[in-house]
Design a protein around this ligand. Structure first.
Ligand code: FPP
Length: 247
């Protein structure tokens, strides 16, 4: 717990029992821009700034994992200009993150199939991964060309391959082993999944991992999402009773 924070402050958050892993669907960028008469790409640029603020804050308060949905397997259906603007924002963010990495020491990971991502961006992703591999503390997972179903399909294929080649046995497969075939291997399941912008769906995000996550929805659009909003979500989470199917 950071020294400057009392156990519970006016936000109502108990900083001594934060969720370990928070996942966020960064939704509402387009509507935020539309409300201001701006192009959708301006909404994504504002959303990328919000991501930066929230990721830094998560590290500051001592969260272990933050996972964000940046680009889904379905987002390729968007106009080419919008897709390339999102990729450009990621590139810009990673270039800046690499520069500040030694100072911030945030570990960065990427969930998703990176093969269709432009080689230059992929190279940046690999560099970011490599540099931050040994950092401890907060890990930020960026879901890029990620889909929950695609992730499960890949796991099924890889497991089937291991069975055919004699490395695995279908009858002894456990949940934990299956988890080892996912992009999220080694990362605990999200305790809290936040979706801003008033949409009440999961949109193919962390399907396997969110089996027992608590959900928090808010009408605030992602570019307007703030540290206070995050604390509100965490305080709400802390008031829930998690029973995992028990009583
Ligand atoms: C959903 O809002 C948002 C996206 C599909 C893109 C999210 C990307 C960023 C925030 C920028 C890059 C990310 C990083 C990590 C630097 P929407 O466009 O569906 O909004 P709408 O529902 O209002 O149209």
């Amino acid at each position: 717990m950071p020294f400057f924070q009392k156990k519970t402050d006016q936000s109502g958050v108990d900083f001594s029992r934060l969720p370990r892993h928070v996942a966020i669907i960064m939704d509402g960028n387009g509507r935020w821009a539309k409300k201001r008469g701006l192009p959708r790409t301006a909404g994504h640029a504002a959303g990328a700034e919000t991501f930066r603020t929230i990721a830094t804050y998560c590290k500051e308060i001592g969260l272990d994992y933050l996972t964000v949905y940046a680009f889904s397997t379905e987002n390729w259906k968007r106009p080419a200009e919008e897709v390339s603007a999102i990729m450009g924002l990621l590139r810009k963010y990673l270039l800046e993150a690499i520069e500040k990495m030694e100072r911030d020491r945030v570990k960065m990971e990427f969930f998703g199939d990176l093969t269709p991502i432009a080689p230059e961006l992929r190279e940046l992703i690999e560099r970011t991964r490599e540099i931050s591999k040994h950092y401890e503390g907060c890990q930020v997972n960026i879901c890029l060309n990620y889909g929950g179903r695609d992730e499960l399909l890949r796991a099924a294929r890889a497991f089937a391959r291991d069975c055919v080649e004699g490395r695995a046995d279908p009858d002894s497969l456990t949940e934990q082993q299956l988890g080892g075939y996912l992009f999220s291997r080694g990362v605990p399941d999200p305790d809290l999944v936040i979706r801003p912008s008033g949409e009440l769906r999961l949109s193919n995000f962390l399907l396997w991992q969110s089996a027992y996550s608590e959900f928090y929805y808010t009408d605030v659009l992602w570019p307007d999402f703030s540290k206070e909003e995050l604390l509100r979500a965490i305080a709400d989470f802390q008031g829930r009773s998690r029973r995992y199917g028990g009583v």
